[in-house]
Design a protein around this ligand. Sequence first.
Ligand SMILES: [Zn+2]
Length: 81
Amino acid sequence: MEVPEVIVCVDCGQSAHRLTIPPEEGWEIGDYVAYRCSGCNDRWDLVVCHEDAGEIAPDSFAAEARAILQARADNQATGEN
Ligand SMILES: [Zn+2]
């Protein structure tokens, strides 16, 4: 299983590069993969998950990152940190 080395940051649209070194035995579903955005310097922690277990479409990462962003916005809306 492969994960992309670079994803598009949903926050600012810049490239976010992978921080996590691939495990020797390869990526597995449930592994955490961290990305650092070169634009806004945000960190994205994404989980490897894919139904096909073949390749991971960058879109699925973007969707997950978007969900994280939305959750963050919701917290801010309710006044929590
Ligand atoms: Zn960014």
